[in-house]
Design a protein around this ligand. Structure first.
Ligand code: F6R
Length: 626
């Protein structure tokens, strides 16, 4: 939620900050704003409700007077929590004396109390946000710190004092007009990374904001304050004790975060899936099938001791977990539960040191998943993260991590991250099975060989998408679309429905096909589109027979059936109004191909309805609040 950028350097800050915001807009797009300190010590802010384009228009109309000259700045793109998406509530927020400007990602849980205290002292608030409290508190602390001679250090100390009073989750950045050349940042339970340049430094919610300027970065830990100036970066904890951030090099470049000729990031990311899957498999196993985890803090003995697996995740990543359950239980014979991260810790799950908790998250910042993993660690369970974002919180707090190498996923709706998460889960399942001796190396090798064929199969699906696009345009006016599947096709059905809801703003539901007769079949009306994900007749013949019956049942009640089946499955053909064939694939790996037409269909329906497929309404890419 919310994208944050800070710059302190030797070039005009405005363009750098706005460019950074453009790359972070996927994190929230309810409003945007900037604050720039110029060399004269003037602090100028500009902010607008709506997408970044509104701010850019306002900056162009104003001729950006005052803003253009400054070489220190901060910028924010917002996903609203406290206070509606208005100009007034847009960040930055300034202190009553106008001295400081603050931007914030997260929620200050004690803001009502802080606000009451400040109001009792006579401070007048100009917005409904929790963030504004931080601006007033910071100005007050700066006012008390008269003994400090270095203005930048004074700003950092004031920020530490403010942070010690705050509860909740926050990334805060601030500038002070008496400290030109300095930006201070702080983080608790919310992302913030540092970009290290030559004579300039950056702060941002993620590296994409500064990747075109530098690929050298520093990961910050929990409860830390960072001060950047053109000359350097210094990090302390909230009490002022210096700490070393972890340096890392970003292994993708700016072009990976651009559209590259596509109409949308989502279309590009769907097309990148064969490569993303291949990259996620690359270098992951030795010839005898042993898996290489990126950062291993789990031994083979730890894995042999595992007697239960819990997968925790949200949204699309949760659907990955549902597929993974089938593979992990089948290959390892260890019981595997999949839980929505937001429910996990409140249910008081039974965990101990022989439980392996797998936390799946593209962003590595999803607050629900982070809280679930912390709960698991408190109960002494081992935590393995499957994540796409280097330097993010979830892998850092886990005992081991397996990165999905799919590159930056910018479109809000997850596509290539889903497929690569599936691959990562398959690798984890195979590794567990091998370490525990339930699969021999040659059996693991056989599945790895099947996985290595998947990029080509996904490409085959992508090459045959024109009829799906045509069908999608025809479905653009449907009131509701239902999705049914069995076995691993069930989570695929849920994922197809989620994509359609979030992109097309259309009613869509996914069901286990066997559940239809227990209620949902009443939804079928004349012409209701029903997308049916059919398991292979070769692998799970009995399931194939059953879903063919389900397709007949819905068709008999007027449904328009859209059937996704594997090549050569003739049994379904008579009952399909539209038949989409995908290449023959082992049952457990089938979601890698059956999901793709559903992604394309959702994107095309959304486009036909005039929606922004990259930035669907009300959503944000990285959900850093509970
Ligand atoms: C849907 C989507 C979301 C995310 C969910 C978890 O297309 O992208 O449902 O999957 O918010 O996000 P991560 O994987 O970053 O934890």
């Amino acid at each position: 939620m919310c994208g944050i950028v800070g710059y302190a350097g030797c070039r005009p800050a405005l363009n750098i900050v706005v460019d950074g915001l453009r790359r972070l807009e996927y994190r929230g797009y309810d409003s945007a704003g900037v604050a720039i300190v110029d060399g004269e010590g003037d602090l100028v802010t500009e902010k607008r409700a709506g997408k970044l384009a509104n701010l850019e228009k306002a900056l162009a109309e104003d001729g950006a007077t005052g803003l253009a000259a400054g070489m220190t700045g901060i910028g924010h793109t917002r996903w609203a929590t406290h206070g509606g998406p208005t100009d007034r509530n847009a960040h930055p927020h300034r202190s009553a004396d106008g001295r400081v400007a603050v931007i914030h990602n997260g929620i200050l849980e004690n803001f009502a109390r802080l606000r009451a205290e400040l109001e009792a002292e006579g401070v007048e608030f100009t917005s409904e946000t929790d963030t504004e409290c931080a601006a007033h508190l910071l100005a007050a602390e700066l006012g008390h710190l008269t003994e400090h001679t270095d203005p930048a250090e004074r700003l950092a100390e004031a920020m530490r004092r403010v942070c010690r009073r705050l509860e909740g989750a926050f990334t805060l950045l601030a500038v002070d007009n008496l400290a030109p050349g300095a930006v201070v940042g702080a983080r608790r339970n919310s992302p913030l990374v540092v970009g290290c340049g030559e004579g300039e430094n950056y702060l941002a919610s993620d590296v994409s904001a500064f990747i075109e300027h530098t690929r050298d970065a520093i990961e910050l830990g929990q409860d830390q304050v960072v001060l950047i100036t053109p000359e350097g970066v210094s990090v302390t904890d909230f009490h002022g004790t210096p700490v070393e951030g972890t340096r890392f090099h970003i292994d993708w470049d700016a072009s990976a975060a651009e559209k590259g000729g596509y109409d949308s990031f989502m279309a590009k990311e769907i097309d990148e899936q064969p490569q993303a899957v291949a990259d996620t498999l690359l270098g992951r196993h030795t010839e005898n099938g042993d898996l290489t985890l990126d950062e291993v803090r789990l031994t083979d003995q730890d894995l042999r001791d595992v007697d239960k697996v819990f997968i925790v995740a949200c949204g699309t990543s949760f659907h990955t977990g549902m597929v993974a359950k089938y593979a992990i239980e089948h290959w390892t014979r260890i019981p595997c539960e999949v839980e929505l991260a937001s429910e996990f810790r409140y249910r008081d799950p039974v965990l101990d040191r022989s439980t392996l908790v797998v936390a799946i998250s593209q962003s590595g910042e999803t607050m629900d998943t982070l809280m679930a993993l912390r709960h698991a660690k408190e109960q002494k369970a081992r935590v393995l993260a499957i994540c796409n974002t280097n330097g993010s919180t979830i892998p850092r707090e886990s005992d081991a991590v397996l990165y999905t190498h799919c590159g930056p996923e910018i479109a809000v709706a997850s596509t290539k991250a889903f497929l690569t998460q599936l691959v990562a889960c398959y690798l984890v399942g195979l590794h567990l099975a091998q370490v525990r001796g339930v699969m021999y190396a040659d059996e693991v090798g056989a599945v790895l060989a099947q996985l290595s064929e998947m990029p080509a199969k996904i490409q085959t699906v992508l090459d045959a998408m024109e009829p799906v696009r045509e069908l999608a345009r025809d479905l653009a006016d449907a009131k509701s679309v239902l999705f049914i599947g069995r076995h691993v096709g069930y989570p695929v059905a849920l994922e197809g429905a989620l994509k359609l809801k979030e992109l097309a703003y259309m009613h869509a539901e996914g069901f286990a096909a066997g559940e239809l007769k227990h209620g949902p079949i009443a939804l079928i009306d004349e012409g209701t589109p029903v997308v049916c994900v059919v398991p292979s007749a070769r692998g799970r013949g009995v399931l194939n027979d059953k879903i063919v019956s389900n397709i007949q049942e819905v068709r008999a009640r007027g449904a328009r059936t859209i059937v996704i089946a594997e090549e050569g499955d003739d049994a379904v053909a008579p009952y399909a109004d539209h038949l989409i064939y995908v290449p023959r694939t082992p049952t457990l790996l089938a979601p890698l191909v059956t999901t793709v037409p559903l992604q394309v269909m959702a994107g095309e329906i959304a486009t036909a309805r005039g929606n922004d497929v990259d930035q669907p309404r009300n959503l944000a890419k990285s959900v850093t609040v509970e």
